[in-house]
Write a protein that binds this ligand. Structure first.
Ligand SMILES: *[C@@H]1O[C@H](CO)[C@@H](O)[C@H](O)[C@H]1NC(C)=O
Ligand SMILES: *[C@@H]1O[C@H](CO)[C@@H](O)[C@H](O)[C@H]1NC(C)=O
Ligand SMILES: *[C@@H]1O[C@H](CO)[C@@H](O)[C@H](O)[C@H]1NC(C)=O
Ligand SMILES: *[C@@H]1O[C@H](CO)[C@@H](O)[C@H](O)[C@H]1NC(C)=O
Ligand SMILES: *[C@@H]1O[C@H](CO)[C@@H](O)[C@H](O)[C@H]1NC(C)=O
Ligand SMILES: *[C@@H]1O[C@H](CO)[C@@H](O)[C@H](O)[C@H]1NC(C)=O
Ligand SMILES: *[C@@H]1O[C@H](CO)[C@@H](O)[C@H](O)[C@H]1NC(C)=O
Ligand SMILES: *[C@@H]1O[C@H](CO)[C@@H](O)[C@H](O)[C@H]1NC(C)=O
Ligand SMILES: *[C@@H]1O[C@H](CO)[C@@H](O)[C@H](O)[C@H]1NC(C)=O
Ligand SMILES: *[C@@H]1O[C@H](CO)[C@@H](O)[C@H](O)[C@H]1NC(C)=O
Length: 599
């Protein structure tokens, strides 16, 4: 479904040995030390509907709610009003004016789908970014700053991780670079897997990647192809790599951790939504009858899904409902504590590690595009009997929830791409009842065979919630992709759950075709495997994603000049409903236009 092929020239011999400890290898190696006084390995999160969030997350949200959100919502309201998108009913203004006790609780989820999805997501987030004057003029800017959560998976995790480790710059700065902020931009002129056509340089490059995980291996931690993948992704999405140093042995973001994001000013000043990325797990004990049947679905919906946030890693799925401190990922007891396992690079790699899909047999894997790298790793960093096609984490949850958690007796957890169960938009963390979200802005840039989104991720999300009804609620949606497509739900933004207050309202924005009313050639359907883009093409993709996100609201070709108001109506609707006010004015007509008319 979103398989990225690792296309390397097949090589028959590896003349390059893994040499000494490079800066990257040292920085990528987790450290083991004494645990701090009072260290607690596992936090049990309770049973739904009474699960609990971590104290750190709660404190972050509370501080943001008192210090940041009142102004953020007020600024957003001003932007909507200044866009002349017809006037909002007074209830909507009262909810957004910064004085309301009950503010909307908004989450944004940005999907997988390789570089295409990372770029499409960035183009959409740009239109919601209150720091961009053209997004402000369009009347959609400011919503990003008012969101409580931002989740990403696979290609979406590349965007989210990249954005936060760079301290939440604008999308243009992140992708094209900024001298003032010391950002070099995404390295889209080099491929992720094959940055050069020169076969000798390719071999040197792969030898360098493998040498960078040698320290982790030699310290006794498991390393897999996922670590190699992490190290190549680091060159694209973590700061520290430039065109000039791309092939050299500098550190390329090694040592940057996901928990370290908590120390950056975007978090310490509570300016940014709370970031979360997700991964699926695979297990010897999984129930394979719960695997969906679309291409690329490999993981049963009933396997635990994990989330990684800046404070914790774990799962709210009731079969586990437990967390471990993110900065001590890799730790399995309360005596010796590991730090540096939660490398930002490894998070990029884990959320997008779908190479287990190539491993249908030893022969298939050996002859696949990653076969030579697997063999090289096996020869230079031997680890008898371990699975190399997944990302491996020492299991902090041994003995936890023995009756329901399929990996409670395992020493290691095996993680793969967060979309391998079919849920390619990371909705799950935003459905957790303890997070109490009113509205989810779901960005879907998953690709069917023509690289357009077809609604299948939404169907998988809904299906998954039916296995855990006490924990998650999902609004009604069509049951087939053909309905999604024929009702045009993938080409025009749709609100789901307009009259289902027991679940969050979902604003579904799919990359299902070119922007409405656009005559320019479509550029947002790059194949998932495409990993090089010219600067011009990057800009065109971002622009076109922005046009889709604003219903072509860029002047003469606007399909719906009222869109900014309609979006605001969706954002406030659950708060409206709680206060017992009837939908009215432009909000009533917007809902007629944008709500899915199904059940
Ligand atoms: C890193 O590269 C420099 C320059 O090419 C080289 O002199 C040095 O030996 C390399 N260091 C390691 C640890 O490979
Ligand atoms: C603002 O967004 C527009 C696209 O709508 C983009 O062309 C422009 O470069 C952005 N400006 C900044 C300063 O990021
Ligand atoms: C590699 O070769 C392909 C096809 O010949 C070409 O399109 C591409 O630009 C080359 N890449 C580099 C980095 O030279
Ligand atoms: C596997 O899942 C199916 C369908 O949900 C269920 O009927 C079956 O009981 C499950 N098997 C086990 C061993 O849990
Ligand atoms: C605790 O964890 C450390 C580091 O992973 C490991 O070396 C050690 O053997 C463990 N101790 C016990 C008692 O399990
Ligand atoms: C790794 O090497 C060992 C022998 O050194 C071999 O038995 C095993 O099959 C190899 N595994 C893979 C995945 O190549
Ligand atoms: C291929 O998959 C099987 C089954 O999950 C696993 O046992 C094996 O270790 C995998 N091979 C590699 C090289 O990872
Ligand atoms: C892929 O999805 C698009 C947009 O939703 C749809 O128009 C197209 O028919 C789908 N293609 C295939 C082959 O399913
Ligand atoms: C979920 O998917 C399975 C497998 O395709 C299917 O049998 C089941 O009916 C679906 N459940 C729902 C509620 O859609
Ligand atoms: C499409 O764009 C044209 C201008 O390019 C405009 O006249 C027309 O009204 C637009 N169509 C719709 C449905 O808004």
């Amino acid at each position: 479904m979103n398989l990225v092929y690792f296309v390397i020239a097949l090589v028959s011999a590896w003349p390059f040995l893994v040499h000494g400890q490079s800066a990257a290898s040292i920085a990528y190696t987790p450290k083991v030390g004494k645990c701090a006084q009072g260290f607690s390995l596992v936090r049990r999160a309770g049973s739904p509907p009474h699960q609990t969030l971590s104290t750190s997350e709660l404190e972050y949200l509370q501080a943001r709610k008192s210090k940041v959100l009142p102004n953020a919502w007020k600024t957003y309201l001003t932007n909507v009003q200044n866009s002349k998108a017809s006037s909002l009913p007074s209830y909507a203004c009262n909810i957004l004016n910064g004085h309301s006790q009950d503010m909307p609780n908004l989450g944004i989820a940005t999907s997988g789908g390789g570089y295409r999805a990372a770029l499409f997501g960035a183009g959409v987030l740009n239109t919601l970014d209150g720091r961009n004057s053209s997004s402000v003029q369009k009347g959609t800017g400011g919503l990003l700053q008012a969101a409580s959560y931002l989740s990403g998976l696979s290609g979406g995790s590349w965007l989210v991780t990249s954005l936060y480790q760079a301290n939440f710059p604008s999308m243009q700065e992140l992708i094209f670079g900024s001298e003032a902020k010391d950002l070099s931009g995404w390295m889209t002129e080099f491929g992720i897997a094959a940055p050069t056509n020169d076969s000798t340089q390719t071999q040197l490059f792969i030898a360098e990647l493998v040498s960078e995980i040698k320290g982790k291996h030699d310290t006794g931690f498991p390393v897999t192809f996922g670590d190699v993948w992490a190290r190549t992704l680091a060159r694209h999405f973590l700061t520290g790599t430039t065109e000039a140093n791309f092939f050299d042995n500098s550190s390329h973001g090694a040592g940057k951790t996901f928990s370290g994001i908590a120390d950056l000013s975007c978090i310490t000043s509570h300016l940014a939504p709370f970031p979360i990325i997700t991964a699926n797990s695979v297990s010897k004990a999984e129930n394979t009858s719960n695997i969906l049947t679309a291409e690329g679905d490999f993981v049963p919906l009933t396997n635990p899904m994990y989330e990684f946030n800046i404070f914790e890693m774990g799962s709210y799925d009731p079969i586990l409902s437990a967390f471990t401190p993110m900065r001590n990922l890799g730790t399995t007891n309360s005596t010796s504590c590991v730090t540096g396992y939660d490398q930002a690079a490894f998070m990029l790699g884990t959320s997008s590690e779908l190479f287990n899909e190539l491993n249908t047999s030893a022969a298939a894997l050996a002859s696949s595009s990653i076969g030579p790298i697997i063999q090289f790793m096996n020869a230079t960093l031997p680890q008898p009997g371990i699975e190399l096609d997944v990302c491996r984490f020492p299991n902090p949850f041994r003995g936890v929830a023995e009756d329901t958690f399929i990996d409670s007796s395992q020493t290691v957890l095996s993680m793969v791409d967060g979309g391998e169960d079919g849920e390619v938009i990371p909705m799950q963390p935003l459905l957790v009842k303890a997070r109490d979200l009113d509205v989810i802005f779901a960005i879907d840039a998953e690709g069917n065979s023509s690289a357009w989104a077809d609604g299948s991720s939404m169907i998988a999300s809904q299906n998954r919630t039916t296995f855990f009804p006490s924990a998650y609620s999902f609004p009604p949606i069509p049951q087939t992709t053909s309905e999604f497509i024929s009702l045009k739900l993938t080409t025009q933004t749709t609100f789901f759950g307009c009259n289902t207050p027991s679940a969050p309202l979902v604003i579904y924005l799919a990359n299902g075709g070119p922007p409405r009313n656009s005559t320019a050639p479509a550029v947002t359907n790059a194949p998932t495997t495409q990993d090089t883009f010219s600067t011009d093409l990057l800009q065109e993709i971002l622009t076109q994603a922005g046009e889709t996100a604003t219903q072509g609201n860029s002047g003469s070709s606007s399909v719906d000049p009222e869109w900014p108001a309609c979006l605001a109506c969706a954002v406030v609707d659950r708060v409206r409903q709680r206060s017992g006010t009837a939908r009215s004015g432009i909000c009533a007509s917007c809902f007629d236009r944008y709500c899915w008319a199904g059940k």
